[in-house]
Design a protein. Structure first.
Length: 231
């Protein structure tokens, strides 16, 4: 079994403020015994051959990934030809699917303007798996509706950290029964050989995570943008 996380952000992300780099993430993951990672920055594929080799030298398979914004909603894409990717609608993805790539619905039923929500149900046959997000506690869990849909439609569930902060990483992850190879991992997930590993977080931790996200992305980044505009 391979310990894996398929939804993580790093400081190379062009849209969110993250305080650790891709190499720092890989180093941390290696120390925790991870075998598979996909760094899914917003609308940017950080994967390079150099980074792939850096991860491999540390025992990690690095799968090319991106959290793309399509019709204003987030979708996780893996092992696509990202430089040539041109998508304006979710329906465009149907023609691009093949056995070597993968599409996951991230946090589809969360109360966020970028969550898929109704589009998840309209295009549920598009997705190869559904994300079980780490961001929940015993009394607040927006994963439930998506998990019910995954069960009804026979879709695999991928546990992820969606980490933007160090404290988020390794709170939820997946175990995959596959050989350590990007395509083998993708095909194993599609075949249902994936198990999420998760437990509810304390409500206080959710509050700390969300507060820091708001501060970094809505205060710090906006202040930097304003400074660049009016130095």
């Amino acid at each position: 079994m391979l310990t894996a996380d398929f939804h993580i952000h790093t400081s190379e992300d062009p849209e969110d403020l993250v305080r650790y780099s891709a190499t720092e993430l890989i180093d941390t993951a290696a120390q925790l015994g991870y075998s598979v990672l996909s760094i899914t920055n917003h609308n940017f594929n950080v994967w390079t051959e150099w980074l792939r080799d850096y991860a491999w030298e540390r025992g990690i398979v690095l799968i090319p990934g991106m959290e793309a914004t399509i019709q204003g909603r987030h979708v996780l894409l893996y092992n696509f030809d990202f430089p040539s990717l041109s998508i304006s609608r979710l329906s465009d993805l149907y023609a691009l699917r093949d056995q070597d790539n993968m599409i996951i619905a991230p946090h589809p039923c969360y109360p966020s303007s970028v969550a898929l929500r109704r589009l998840f149900f309209q295009h549920i046959d598009l997705f190869d798996a559904v994300e079980l997000s780490h961001f929940y506690c015993r009394t607040i869990d927006f994963n439930r509706k998506a998990m019910e849909a995954a069960k009804i439609h026979g879709l695999p569930v991928a546990g992820t950290s969606d980490a933007h902060q160090r404290r988020q990483f390794h709170t939820t992850w997946s175990e995959v029964d596959a050989e350590p190879d990007p395509v083998a991992v993708i095909q194993a997930i599609k075949a249902g050989r994936i198990s999420p590993c998760t437990s509810p977080l304390p409500l206080t931790m959710l509050i700390r995570i969300n507060t820091l996200m708001v501060w970094r992305n809505h205060v710090v980044l906006r202040a930097r943008a304003l400074h660049r505009k009016h130095p």
